[in-house]
Design a protein around this ligand. Structure first.
Ligand code: IPE
Ligand code: IPE
Ligand code: MG
Length: 245
């Protein structure tokens, strides 16, 4: 009997390695960031094909402001261009686009573009595509805690009632399926402050492939790798096997 392979419902990716990809070609780092756009299209196509429900991409971390001004500027220009160029296609594919992170840091024209793309695609259901910009996992936990504290201040919530579910419901992406698979390209084995809360029980997949080279076949390999994992959530392997049988 062949059973359907396990497909992660929600995948997150740290799209790392653009700079090294460009360096290997003796080109500026921004050339690598631009090349990474193709990989984004590849993973969106791949997720649509494989039936993944949600894809969350780390595009700019709250720490990436520390990069040289020129590189930050090039990345902002790239975001604007990508938004203008890709939104039509994503909309046609049935993709719902969302930006997660502290968006207040971006200038008004960019914020308006992000809002317009979110509003336009809000009714789409084939794939939830979340782009994390000026996002940090610790920021996410802090903003959820602040939100809960404000509710306590207004008398709408008792401090003793704050538990994992209450805080979790105030975190980014709470309305989506839990994160199943966390992928990082570029060879580093760290989370770099991405989705700290949401990754608590995600399966981790690290690959040396640099982000611009990541394609649908790479995504498929990561999903296959995920399918071989046994998710025990604290229980024993025997308990999991009994449950399945
Ligand atoms: C990831 O690629 C893209 C962003 C952080 C925006 P990098 O720019 O970090 O590439 P490497 O790690 O220097 O190769
Ligand atoms: C993480 O990559 C951020 C994004 C991919 C957007 P970095 O390249 O910034 O991470 P570190 O600095 O190597 O940890
Ligand atoms: Mg990097």
């Amino acid at each position: 009997m062949t059973s359907r392979p396990a497909i992660p419902r929600h995948i997150a990716i740290v799209m790392d390695g653009n700079g090294r990809w460009a360096k290997a070609r003796h080109r500026p780092r921004s050339f690598g960031h631009n090349a990474g756009r193709k990989a984004v299209r590849e993973v969106v196509e791949g997720c649509l094909r494989e039936g993944v429900e949600a894809l969350t991409l780390f595009a700019f971390s709250s720490e990436n402001w520390r990069r040289p001004e020129e590189e930050v500027g090039a990345l902002m220009t790239l975001f604007v261009r990508a938004l203008d160029k890709e939104t039509d296609e994503l909309h046609a594919q049935g993709v719902r686009l969302r930006f997660v992170g502290d968006l207040a840091a971006f200038d008004q024209p960019l914020r308006e573009r992000m809002q317009a793309a979110m509003t336009r695609t809000t009714g789409n259901r084939k794939l939830h595509l979340n782009i994390a910009v000026n996002y940090g996992g610790r920021w996410d936990i802090v903003q959820a805690a602040r939100d809960a504290a404000a509710a306590v201040g207004r008398g709408e919530l008792r401090a003793e009632a704050i538990d994992e579910a209450v805080l979790g419901s105030r975190m980014c992406l709470a309305e989506l399926p839990p994160l199943d698979l966390f992928i990082r390209t570029g060879g580093e084995c760290r989370l770099s402050n991405f989705l700290l809360w949401q990754a608590a029980y995600a399966e981790l997949h690290f690959t040396d492939t640099l982000w611009p080279d990541f394609d649908q076949a790479s995504l498929h390999r990561a999903i296959e790798d995920y399918g071989r994992r046994e998710r025990r959530y604290g229980r024993t392997g025997d308990q999991v096997a009994t449950d399945k049988g």
